[in-house]
Design a protein around this ligand. Structure first.
Ligand SMILES: [Fe+2]
Length: 285
């Protein structure tokens, strides 16, 4: 089937089904300026764009080959400046495409990452970039707070410290208070998921969750504490078995709406006054 038609049909199907008609409380309206979130269809990996008015932030960027897709999306969307670029961790399906974006010439306000630039564990290319370009790079740890863009603050819930498993060191970000906003989970596995339940409890509650690790292992305690209405799985063809059947089953069992970039294409969420955060067809952007 023609890819373009397939995506359009997918989005229309989502829209017709009511998609994500979340209550208005979930993302506040900032004086009439709408919040939009795109989970880009870039194959296996994460690439998330958040925009509010003329401000935008990018969370991860997929594999290196994905850079042209992101740059074209930014161009088509009229985004000429990134207030924030987040690198949740330095696996190539997250940081890979970010390099190309950073060196493309698009201005970037700040970069949030988990690695101390002085740490010898930094990826070689990343260290060279930081040394040569001297961007505003912030090392993020649990409890830190930043504005992704003006008016959209996030709190880092993880990591407290780095661990050997890079996935488990992923930055976890939450917008909004308990019961509102979006929880961006990077690629954390079961151990940090359970740690977050122990530390934050009900504060994790979020109507939208970017599922950990492309739909990989999920702690049912974590899922129950987050209590999402919508689960976004950013995934493509992969040899790792993601998303896990058990994870999909856990979501379905709880009647959580599942949106996957591999089957639905790029997911566009938009907050509109009076209707909350909704997934909208691509054609309406
Ligand atoms: Fe990943």
């Amino acid at each position: 089937m023609n890819r373009r038609i397939f995506l359009t049909q997918s989005f229309l199907t989502l829209f017709a089904a009511g998609c994500t008609g979340l209550p208005r409380k979930h993302l506040p309206s900032y004086h009439g300026i709408h919040t939009e979130i795109w989970f880009l269809d870039i194959g296996y990996g994460d690439a998330i764009l958040i925009r509010r008015g003329n401000h935008a932030a990018l969370i991860d960027g997929g594999y290196p080959v994905v850079t042209p897709i992101i740059l074209k999306f930014l161009q088509d969307s009229g985004i000429e400046f990134l207030d924030t670029t987040v690198i949740t961790h330095t696996h190539p399906d997250h940081i890979g495409g970010v390099y190309g974006v950073l060196v493309s010439g698009i201005p970037v306000g700040k970069i949030l990452g988990i690695y101390d630039p002085a740490d010898t564990a930094n990826p070689k290319g990343f260290r060279e970039y930081l040394d040569s370009q001297t961007p505003d790079y912030r090392v993020v740890r649990r409890g830190d707070g930043y504005d992704l863009v003006p008016g959209i603050p996030v709190e880092a819930l993880h990591p407290k410290t780095l661990v050997t498993d890079m996935n488990d060191s992923s930055m976890v970000l939450k917008t909004g208070d308990s019961g509102s906003g979006v929880l961006f989970c990077g690629d954390i596995g079961l151990e940090p998921q359970n740690e977050l339940v122990h530390i934050y409890g009900p504060k994790l509650a979020s109507p939208v969750i970017k599922m950990p690790h492309h739909g990989g292992d999920i702690s049912e305690e974590f899922l129950d504490m987050v209590n999402p209405e919508v689960a976004v799985i950013s995934v493509g063809i992969n040899p790792y078995g993601n998303p896990r059947p058990e994870t999909l089953k856990a979501l379905s069992h709880r009647k959580i709406k599942i949106f996957r970039t591999d089957t639905h294409g790029t997911l566009h969420f938009k907050e509109t006054p009076g209707s909350g955060l909704k997934c909208v067809p691509r054609g309406t952007i």
